[in-house]
Design a protein around this ligand. Sequence first.
Ligand code: ZN
Length: 690
Amino acid sequence: MKNLWSEREAAKAKDKLDLLVYRSRLIGSEPELCVWGGGNTSTKTSQLDHLGRMRRVLLIKGSGSDLKSSVRRDYPPVALDDLLETFKRERMSDDEMVDFVSRCLLDPKAPRPSIEVLLHAFVDYPDIDHTHADAILSITNTPNGRRHAREIYGEELLWVPYVKPGFTLAKWVGEAYRKNPHVKGVILEKHGLITWGPDARTSYSRTIEMVTRAERHLARARKRKHWSAPLYKALPAAERRAWLLRFLPVVRREVSANQKVVLHHESGSEVMDFAGAKDTVRISQKGPATPDHMLRTRRVPLYVKVAARGGAGQLTEASFSRQIAAYAEAHKRYFLKYRHLLPGGTAQMLDPFPKVILVPGVGMITTGSDLKNARIVAEIYEHSIAIMKNASALERYESLSEKLAFEMDYWPLELYKLSLAPPEAELSRRIGLVTGAARGIGKASALCLAKAGAHVFLADIHFKGACEAACEINEVVKAKRAFALEMDVTRPASVAGAFEEVVTALGGLDFLVSNAGWAHVSSIENLKDEDWERSMAVNARGHFLAAREAVRIMKRQKLGGAIVFIASKNVPAPGRDFGAYSAAKAAQTQLARILAIENGEAGIRVNVINPDGVFEDSGLWETIGPERAKSHGIDPAKLKDYYKDRNLMKTPVRAWDVAEAVLFLISGRSAKTTGCILPVDGGLREAFPR
Ligand code: ZN
């Protein structure tokens, strides 16, 4: 492992906190040292308290923040001498410890310090780094981990047997350090590595050095012994895609029984190799590589059993569903068996469904409240895989017993990290597609839905425009939840292909905003065949094709759904020279009603919005505006005013007004509304739905 320390960068630090942030980011930038949110670092210094007294303080990473992106405020100052008072104690409960530490904070509003705060206090060295490095865990998670560690490090590192983090672990490490003050750090069995030093650089460099030595030892072991023989071949790419299209909506349904999740699929060579190996069925069920991984991956993954012949290709939906249900049942039994270990025995059972699903020949499916979280789970489990393989090469992979794992799995102090996530938005966990989303009403709707927390695919015949719109939205919502797709709504293959992208990317579909439209101005006697056909193709067939795909996915997924058609005020109140447009929009409206009738029982709601002319950012009005003015017998420059003045409220209709109506009809706020037409037109008497 490369030592990334740069004296030039370090020299920019204006105080010890800056240097701590610099060092922590170096550690966080190396995924083989610590996974998202894992690890902690500290430095000891002096600082004035609220009464102007100079105090010795420990600056330590706050619980739940991520080293890689950490900033100064992520390191609360804690009164070191107060913390050291606890070293005299024989025991201290978790609640006592949390309460005590919170009273030692110099700033009461600072984040809660890492649960390993006492450990950092009990070792006198000024700088301490704690990581859950893959290479170290590959050594500690074997039956003879202690012997291997001694072989590699001799007397340089101390071995500390496994105990749950908290006061006892801190006390053990503190006592071991006092007996051997010259060691460079400790190895925590089935947990990780701690290094320390007289300064930031030494502590960091020792972490890198110790991990590198472990890596070399493992490389030699891998040469001697190969990882388990492959049992299942990877499905060819086309078959794998077909498999995902068929099964992901089923998986999403089964694992969303308590709350909806989005799915992520990984098929990198290491993952495929692991999922298809003979020993994986056994090794993957042993338990977590470190408690730190378990917080997000849960104790064990679901390993999907497939037929020896034919592999995943022969799997049936019923068998897959049964295996997911059996996993959840097993979790329930595990919870009931060990629940008495929890303080007060009052804890709620966590979501019992798997976070990681291994499918031989297909790869790994992970679940999360959003794509970012599903990806974090995948990333973490990839490190678990590396550890399991390395430990198997060295000797044999071992993990915590089921009971010890449960203690960490349901440990309130560890679960606290998850509670720091921002509150979920109204449409979080939802996946949808908006057609004609590069501009105008489509783009505004996509933004409105993404702001409400949804994952939104922006489909448009103008792919570049859709990409730009998706980028803009991601910048506004400060997350990657908008995605661009190329889609010609008049072509069945293009429509089906776009929906396939949605399913393979996130596992399913919750809503469709069918918006793409095309307008043409002409009296019927002068209307050309091709213009009539074009209007019917975009404004009627396009909605049919998109809705058909959406309903097919939603019905397989069995989680209900919402579809909104953007029709027009012209349906109830047609205008002259607008026959091709109005007739096609009327067909679209009737189509929506039939969809509502046919799919109500499946919980799929279908509603229609009738906007009046929206001018802003509209490709449609740029082309037909002058001609519509002519039909109305007015000056084209006055067209906007004409539309504004003709409604009861004398107000222009904007894309955002329509987007708000879309949000209402997609969200649970309209849970009992289907087959409905909602005008967004400022009030037009002749267009009142009746
Ligand atoms: Zn740890």
